[in-house]
Design a binder for this molecule. Structure first.
Ligand code: GLP
Length: 242
């Protein structure tokens, strides 16, 4: 694992976006694993700018997002599909049929998880997986106690996570869906390369536990220690407990 510390959030997002752009230029048919959340918005804004002014080309790329809330339709503005459209997909030349998120409306979540895994395999696997980190150390929505071998499935969200993500739901944790479909830790570890991005002091404890261990299902981000090609990019605030 390589850890890079940058002074602030802007510098972190600059570096992450430049690395993603470099991978895309080297391999136009890149299969990207994407994440949502406030940390990612600035990275996507930079990729959009690189597309507009630098010709960064998404025409042959594909994407698979980590997760989606159960019960939200794609057109619901609080869904992760809507987030991805608004932050990235609507502003670059990625082919809509090659952008994937798990469905939040599947009647059979087990079948949906299996279908999502099969789609990743059919696309040739994920080349580069972008990750944020939850304050409780989760990646995707792999809450504490998730198997480190888990695959895409439905997970019940912890009270802490619902509170952390309440902003999009009028600030009311009870309005945040109780469950989500998420790639598993095993799915994430199968990507060829990982970039985990963390900014702000609220992430410092989770990042320290992820990076310095121990490896535990109670901090699913600690599983990145098992990956042979993982870069962590943190600002000074998030790196404060390392
Ligand atoms: C959600 C997502 C995670 C993300 C986390 C942190 O829980 N499922 O993938 O890492 O939010 O989000 P933020 O960047 O808004 O702190």
């Amino acid at each position: 694992m390589e850890i890079v510390v940058r002074p602030d959030r802007q510098a972190v997002c600059d570096l992450a976006a430049r690395l993603i752009a470099a991978r895309l230029r080297a391999r136009p048919a890149l299969v990207l694993g994407l994440a949502t959340g406030r940390t990612m918005s600035d990275i996507y804004a930079r990729l959009v700018a690189m597309h507009r002014t630098g010709g960064l080309d998404f025409a042959s790329a594909a994407s698979f997002n980590l997760d989606e809330y159960i019960g939200l339709a794609p057109e619901d503005p609080r869904s992760y599909r809507a987030y991805m459209q608004a932050e990235l997909f609507d502003h670059v030349n990625i082919d809509p049929v090659r952008t994937h998120l798990p469905s939040g409306l599947a009647a059979d979540t087990t079948a949906e998880g299996a279908a999502y895994e099969a789609a990743i395999v059919a696309a040739g696997g994920i080349d580069l997986q972008l990750l944020g980190i939850g304050e409780n150390g989760h990646i995707g929505f792999n809450e504490p106690g998730s198997s480190l071998a888990s695959r895409t499935r439905d997970k019940t969200l912890s009270r802490h996570t619902r509170a952390q993500n309440a902003e999009m739901f009028g600030g009311d944790p009870a309005a945040v869906p109780a469950r989500a479909m998420t790639m598993g830790v095993g799915t994430i570890l199968a990507a060829r390369e990982l970039i985990l991005v963390a900014t702000g002091a609220a992430k410092a404890e989770a990042l320290a536990r992820a990076v310095e261990g121990p490896l535990t299902a109670m901090v699913t981000a600690s599983a990145i220690q098992l990956h042979p090609l993982c870069l962590v990019i943190a600002d000074e605030a998030a790196a404060g407990r390392l």
